[in-house]
Design a protein around this ligand. Structure first.
Ligand SMILES: NC(=O)c1ccc[n+]([C@@H]2O[C@H](COP(=O)([O-])OP(=O)(O)OC[C@H]3O[C@@H](n4cnc5c(N)ncnc54)[C@H](OP(=O)(O)O)[C@@H]3O)[C@@H](O)[C@H]2O)c1
Length: 374
């Protein structure tokens, strides 16, 4: 027998054993048609799993997605698979403040109540550094600032629903923060340090964890609860060709299989989010503001120690407010700079003699420095 086949068999045997330690399922038969839930990143792996479990419990699901075609296809499959029709696709591009505002406005106007917001969308470990049109590093924007803004836009609606149904919940999806994760508020954009996709991802998720801790403290006067769901790594099926790949060393092949054994299907990874969003036991302040995972239920805060880090959490919060407050006016300034540049370019086209474009170029740089140095 070839070694990879033997390892595949071992992995299949190990999976059910690991399954014994899973967090218990929230009963499938429960009818929760009284709830409306928004799931961002609904077209992603854990997003689809989350929508699937919500639909099984007859929750009204709002799939928030940037790709409507993909969303509609997934919706159709979910309806066919679960028989639950109260699933809607709504456009939300977290890279665009206008889209976040339009989405929130529509939700507030259209939906009689919103009981659950699951901030699940994310970008992960981008190879090259990307800066959004607001001048902020992309992980930090999409994974933290955008859900921060969206949550605030929907907070009154969520609290309003809580006063009717006595229970509304925000669930933020992160991994488990490690002690070595860190946020450099003076260098969010990796201008002073070498860019690393891993570091940028961790920085954004740690910020989301701090946000959750403080948001929970803000909600003590109402029946709103805030949870963090620390997902386990999602399993990627290993194709036989990958195992056969002769360019891989034996150690790399073992790593591939190790990853296969200790990772979990996306659908199962979504399970703690469902517990956080729906479990009746978790309708209690004692459970709110904490981090949960698939194994062992409550995980503890790991690298984001709620008590120890509260001062820093407040700094992250204030920094976010500053960044979001100033972002729109910076966009206006950027638009003007762009218009200036276009005029210079047109003038250059019209006259072959060199035109001095230093004003426009230095202007743009000035704005970027202003935005990125915050
Ligand atoms: N996968 C893991 O092993 C793992 C481990 C720990 C934590 N997590 C966390 O679990 C969550 C879900 O992970 P996943 O593996 O399901 O991720 P995924 O498959 O990559 O899905 C990410 C989702 O976010 C959406 N998204 C990205 N940028 C967006 C934007 N600008 N506007 C709107 N939507 C945007 C994507 O939309 P498109 O479909 O249009 O691309 C996609 O639906 C993430 O928060 C992740 O950090 C995952």
């Amino acid at each position: 027998m070839r070694p990879y086949k033997a390892l595949m068999i071992v992995s299949v045997l190990c999976a059910p054993a690991a399954g014994l330690a899973y967090m218990p399922y929230y009963p499938l038969k429960d009818d929760r048609s009284d709830r409306t839930a928004i799931v961002t990143g609904a077209t992603g792996r854990i997003g689809v799993g989350t929508c699937h479990w919500l639909a099984k419990r007859k929750v009204r699901v709002i799939m928030a997605a940037r790709d409507m075609q993909k969303c509609k296809l997934i919706r159709r499959e979910l309806v066919a698979y679960t028989g639950h029709k109260a699933i809607a696709c709504r456009h939300l591009d977290l890279e665009d403040i206008d889209s976040i505002n339009a989405f929130a406005k529509r939700m507030i106007e259209e939906e009689p109540h919103i009981d659950i917001l699951i901030n699940n969308a994310a970008v992960k470990e981008l190879k090259e550094k990307e800066i959004t049109k607001y001048g902020v590093e992309k992980h930090y924007w999409v994974n933290f600032l955008a859900p921060f803004l969206l949550t605030f836009r929907l907070m009154d609606k969520l609290k309003g629903s809580a006063s009717q149904t006595l229970d509304s919940r925000v669930v933020n999806v992160i991994g488990k923060p490690k002690t070595f994760w860190n946020i450099q508020l003076d260098d969010i954009n990796f201008d002073k340090r070498k860019y690393s996709g891993k570091e940028a991802y961790r920085q954004s998720k740690l910020a989301l964890a701090y946000f959750t801790i403080l948001l929970d403290k803000m909600c003590t006067d109402s029946r709103s609860f805030v949870y963090v769901f620390g997902s386990n790594p999602v399993r990627k099926w290993i194709a036989e060709s990958e195992v056969r790949d002769h360019s891989l060393t034996l150690l790399e092949k073992f790593q591939l299989l190790f990853r296969f054994i200790y990772t979990i299907e996306a659908d199962r990874c979504a399970q703690p989010a469902i517990n956080c969003a729906l479990h009746p036991v978790m309708n209690h302040r004692d459970y709110s503001g904490k981090l949960y995972g698939l194994f062992n239920g409550f995980w503890g805060w790991g690298g984001a120690d709620a008590e120890k880090d509260e001062v820093f959490a407040k700094m992250v919060w204030n920094h976010a407010i500053e960044t979001l407050k100033l972002a729109p006016e910076n966009i206006e300034r950027m638009k003007k700079m762009k218009q200036q540049q276009d005029l210079v370019a047109k003038a250059q086209e019209a006259s072959p003699s060199p035109v001095d474009d230093t004003t426009a170029a230095s202007g743009t740089k000035e704005v970027l420095v202003e935005v990125t140095s915050r």
